[in-house]
Design a protein around this ligand. Sequence first.
Ligand code: FAD
Length: 312
Amino acid sequence: MGTTFMNNELNLYKRILNKLPDLNIKLAEPVKNHAYTKLGGNADVFITPNKYDEISTVYKIAKEENVPVTLLGHGSNLIVKDGGLRGITMHLKNLNEVRTENSTIIAQAGASIIDVSRQALEQHLSGLEFACGIPGTVGGALYMNAGAYGGQISDVLVKALVMNEAGELLTLSSEDLSLSYRKSNISANKYVVLEAVFNLKQAEYADIKEKMDEFTFARESKQPLEYPSCGSVFKRPPGYFAGKLIQDSGLQGKRIGGAEVSTKHAGFIVNVDHATSQDYIDLIEVIKTTVKQNFGIDLETEVIVIGEDNQN
Ligand code: FAD
């Protein structure tokens, strides 16, 4: 890391602290300490806001300083490269309130979607059973239109409170977010998701619990949950299953560094031994090339790769 670069980083840090003296802010924070994958280099300036106006102030400074802002949920669908993240990284984990009003659950973006589904169960509300094992935040779940076992966020989301780059708060309908298979327009519009409102249906506790237990059993028996991972690495190609194509290519157990194609579920790459992000990226390339050679199918990654390559 050059001296000029370190000075820039330090100046940015000081400028933010000057405006927001109570902000939780760190320099050169390892992303791997905050990501489900246990991967990722250092974030130059890492902040954990507690209030919405802290977010808008940080965006204002970022604009003036011309530095990017990266949002981090649980990092369960992200590979942050080993060279880390420049500019500001914002981790919304402290914005995690969840409340129920009649058949509606209002959840802040940093809340775990698993906790939200648990609150739904406790309140005898059905609709979020599919999310009971998805290890992301509400913000990440909206961004990805997360889904499983026949359900997805777009089935239950009524509206969301977002902040745009100008720091304005907007209330958007589910349609406004153009949710489709593992996709939304949140990235294209550079929205920060702050809150989501889910519309659920009253149901019997036992029925909701039975569904959740069924999904949890299916997940635990099929997915390598004993290791850090980023979940399904690839999107489902039309008419196929990515995992089956990888399995039929004989790639299960294939290892690069500390990253391995799971022997339990071929669609997962697991971090078995202090993998680097580069190990993951190299293994993804091997999988794509092999599946293309064997079946003529181009696998598209579901996982998002961001950040800088390691300079060393
Ligand atoms: P991150 O990985 O932290 O971020 C993902 C993207 O969302 C990033 O671009 C980030 O910038 C953006 N983002 C995060 N928060 C905000 C915000 N507040 N505002 C705007 N943008 C934001 N996914 C499924 O869909 N179904 C599954 O069944 C499923 N199973 C999984 C099982 C395992 C074991 C693992 C590891 C992952 C699984 N996933 C699954 C993937 C992942 O959990 C989901 O995509 C989840 O929604 C990602 O949420 P996150 O908070 O971890 O987001």
